[in-house]
Design a protein around this ligand. Structure first.
Ligand code: NAI
Length: 484
């Protein structure tokens, strides 16, 4: 029998996990559970990543984690165990499926507009590295990483999944019109991968337009792939379309380890009352059963859930307020009582079980994800981020003293808007400038040249940060300032 790791989590976690496992046990799901220690109480015991070393070892050796929501202790400088788990084990694709559930009333279900949207969100990169610094007392900076191999992993997964699903359309959501280099890279990889799937209808939509279209015409979309933060926001929007967080399942898919969990959190306001809705965790469980090839078992339980919802049974967070709400245990028992029943709407076909045993990987070293860059790379300049509360002309005057006959000062910007050599006096300033220096001639620069400039500028400014300006062949590997 396949063994998986289970972490019940905090808040409502243990209640909803017990409810789901009681349903699995009643359905004789052929899985064995190894319960592991993760969550707030593990943080409180002094384990800074929210899990014990034994838990980590068990999850790494079993490859599948079914988890309840976990609380991130506030103000202790610790990172979320949920995010740590996804990042540590490189579960690069966060798949969230949103489908109309009959019995869960929404504006769209009432209007007869069916929803079946799968959001695939990149799960590792973007601003979620949490690499943030205060450059001055007034200026905070977050680093946003979008990488070619990271984008490739999640986009390939999305296309492969869309193909298996027989999707009508696969859409890339992005903001490449503004973030030309980061989102531009994600979009470029999307169309590169799309070439390998000519049978799929691939297109892209700018993320703000996507949000507008999702709330007005959700039935236009099928599979949507996005970067991490945009995907986070858009997937919660989609949860709202089908009835809220109580119906939003999620799978974090990696090459070695996968994590299945609900989208919602620990719901501290209702924890310990046995009134939480276990549906989102149960739906996440179906994703896990299908991942393990247990199609028939999953479909049988799913039909019982759909039948239960159609018959108007509900927990307190949804459904007809005039009919009494069931508590968590009663709701689970009702689903068990409906095993074998068929819902009227969207019954799931009972495909045969084809159990897949997760491959146990023994990695000797960390996999290095690298794509070969064949073009020549050279340094043509540097952006120096300096602290100053002086006017742009004075900053420029000081910079121009230090160009060492190798550099020219090209532009100075403040919050990304050019303020020198041209600008507007109406542009509000903060006490941190970006001064862009480029090579005076055509000769590429060296890191030693950059260091010499750094040392000279130090005489007049505190340098908060530096960034090299690279050329990849004839392509600029940096963006221009607004107005440059
Ligand atoms: P939350 O999702 O826990 O709660 C938001 C609202 O939805 C609350 O009113 C809650 O009662 C309700 N709700 C959530 N799940 C429900 C369910 N299954 N049945 C009925 N009602 C439900 O979000 P919140 O309050 O922002 O976060 C609470 C904690 O959860 C925080 O510590 C947060 O860090 C953590 N969290 C953990 C996640 C995870 O483990 N993947 C995801 C999101 C938050």
């Amino acid at each position: 029998m396949t063994k998986i790791a289970v972490a019940k989590g905090d808040g409502i976690g243990p209640e909803i996990m017990d409810a789901v496992l009681s349903i699995f046990n009643a359905a004789h799901v052929p899985l064995e559970y190894d319960f592991v220690d993760m969550g707030k109480w593990v943080f409180d015991k002094g384990f800074s990543n929210g899990m014990t070393p034994e838990a980590q070892q068990t999850i790494e050796s079993l490859g599948i984690l079914f988890k309840g929501p976990m609380e991130t202790p506030k103000g202790k400088g610790v990172k979320s165990v949920n995010v740590t788990a996804r990042k540590t084990w490189n579960t690069y694709a966060n798949k969230r499926t949103f489908q109309t559930l009959h019995g869960v009333d929404t504006v769209f279900s009432k209007a007869g507009i069916p929803i079946d949207i799968t959001i695939v969100r990149e799960n590792i990169e973007d601003t979620y590295g949490g690499i943030e610094h205060m450059l001055t007392n007034d200026v905070a900076l977050s680093r946003r990483f979008i990488t070619r191999p990271g984008s490739m992993q999640v986009i390939k997964y999305a296309f492969e999944m869309a193909k298996k699903k027989g999707a009508r359309r696969i859409t890339c959501g992005h903001k490449a019109n503004i973030m030309k280099i980061t989102d531009g890279l994600f979009l470029e990889v999307f169309y590169e991968v799309a070439k390998e799937y000519p049978e799929l209808n691939a297109d892209d939509v700018i993320v703000d337009d996507l949000c507008m279209k999702l709330v007005s015409k959700p039935d236009l979309f099928d599979v949507v792939v996005l970067t991490n933060l945009q995907g986070d926001i858009v997937s919660d929007l989609c949860a709202g379309l089908v009835g809220g967080l109580g119906f939003a399942p999620s799978a974090n898919i990696g090459d070695h380890i996968s994590i299945f969990e609900a989208v919602h959190g620990t719901a501290p306001d209702i924890a310990g009352k046995n009134i939480a809705n276990p549906t989102a965790l149960l739906l996440s469980g179906f994703g896990m059963l299908r991942h393990l090839g247990l199609m028939e078992t999953s479909a049988m339980i799913e039909n019982a859930l759909l039948y239960t919802l159609e018959s108007g049974k509900h927990t307190g967070d949804f459904g007809d307020k005039n009919s009494p709400a069931l508590n968590t245990t009663e709701f689970a028992a009702t689903i068990i009582g409906n095993f074998g029943k068929q819902p009227v709407h969207n019954p799931k076909p009972l495909l045969k079980n084809m159990p897949v045993t997760p491959t146990v990987f023994k990695l000797e070293k960390n996999p290095m994800l690298e794509t070969r860059e064949t073009v020549e790379e050279f340094i043509v300049g540097v952006d120096m981020f300096i602290e100053s509360n002086e006017q742009p002309n004075l900053v420029a005057e000081k910079c121009l003293k230090h160009t060492l006959d190798i550099f020219k000062l090209v532009t100075i910007s403040n919050r990304g808007t050019q303020v020198w050599p041209k600008g507007s006096v109406f542009t509000n300033l903060v006490n941190q400038y970006r001064c862009r220096f480029e090579s005076l001639g055509d000769t590429p620069l060296t890191q030693t040249d950059i260091l010499a400039l750094y040392k000279r500028l130090m005489q007049d400014f505190k340098i908060c940060s530096t960034e090299l300006l690279n050329m990849w062949g004839d392509k600029k590997a940096y963006s221009l300032a607004q107005g440059q």
